[in-house]
Structure formats: C-alpha cells, structure tokens
Design a protein around this ligand. Sequence first.
Ligand SMILES: C[S@@+](CC[C@H](N)C(=O)[O-])C[C@H]1O[C@@H](n2cnc3c(N)ncnc32)[C@H](O)[C@@H]1O
Length: 197
Amino acid sequence: MKLVVGNKQKEIDRIPEFNRVEIDLGTGDGRFVYKKALENPNTLFIGIDPSQKQLQIYSKKANRKKLDNTLFVIGSIEILPPELKNCADKLNIILPWGSLLESIVKPTKNTISKLLGLLKKDGEIEMIFGYDPNFDVKASIPEINLEYVESTIIPAFSEMGICTLEIPKDLDTTWSKKLKSSKKRELFKLNIKNIKE
Ligand SMILES: C[S@@+](CC[C@H](N)C(=O)[O-])C[C@H]1O[C@@H](n2cnc3c(N)ncnc32)[C@H](O)[C@@H]1O
C-alpha cells in the first residue's frame, strides 16, 4: 500500500497495531485525520485519497508533530488497498464528490460490500453528504433530497447493515469550512452498523 509521508512516498505491507482504527475515505488534505489523531493517541487514523498533493498537506504537519497514529494512503473507492481489509472500527466518508459521491448515492451491492469489507465485525460507517447543483449535475449525480435518501440510499444500505439517518452538525474538515462560507446546501448523515458475520 502506498503512503504519502511529507513530500515522499513509502510502501508498507501491513498497518501498525492499534486497538482502534478509523478510516477517512476521500480525506482530501487529511485535516480530519490529523486533528483526530492529536485528540486520540491510542487510535490509528487512516486517510485515503487519490490526490497525493492533497494528502501531503496534513501528512507534513503529522510528520512535524511525530504523530505515529496517522497513515495517509493513496487510494480510492475503486482501488482500495487489500492491506486495509477488515481493519476498521469506523469508516468515515465526509462531503465526498465525484465518483465517491456517486458510489454512495447510487449504491450497488458491489460498492456496499467493498465499504463493509473495510470494517471489523462490529464496525460502523458514517457518511455525510449532500448535493451541490454547481458541481454534481455534471457528474451524473441525482438530486439528493430527503425523499431520495429515504427511498433509494437507505434501503440499499439497510440490506447489509442497520442504517440510521441524522442531520449532521459540528463538522470540522477543510471542506465543511468552505461550505459554511458559501451558500447553504442540505446535508445528510447516515450511520450504518455492520451486521455481516
Ligand atoms: C469535497 S472534498 C472533501 C475532502 C474532505 N473529506 C473534507 O471534508 O475536507 C472530496 C474528496 O473526495 C475525493 N474523491 C473523489 N473521488 C474519489 C474516489 N473515487 N475515491 C476516494 N476519494 C475520492 C477527492 O479527491 C476529494 O479530496
């Protein structure tokens, strides 16, 4: 699995041992991973994103602080490193766009089992997402409103887990700050508890 470490890349073939592991898929600059790792030194936080440039931003800060409970991994929902199979207590997906957003709002059995495949037996997924008419139309994303979430997304995820809907609050990622200063869009938060054997 390919890691970003500051300006460099590094290969590892297994993750370090921690009692608790959280993944942030589509982490962008990795701010969420960095902040959470500072607050929770006994949990390993793994940020995954296709953009090496973005990952470098908080990887450099984590290096400076010698945070050994962070990993910044180059990957995507399409190409997830096999080393991460069944490793996570929690998988976060926060304000995805592009094909990551499309995968969760037009869920197929294949994508859902890929996501669940990252979890330990009692693991959970937390996804926070919404529709931005400025970007998402081009990316063939359906309009995401409460009716769409309840009629399409929740039933698909409920087949493989216990799925609950909430309204998100207190988001602390780079993108959530950008959204606060622009015009409001409706956001949804889904929590899925893994019920696979
Ligand atoms: C709007 S940004 C949000 C970043 C971060 N979660 C935040 O809240 O600041 C969306 C992120 O999704 C990533 N992304 C897009 N397609 C992806 C895919 N197929 N798999 C994983 N990440 C993807 C992008 O590289 C980008 O960093």
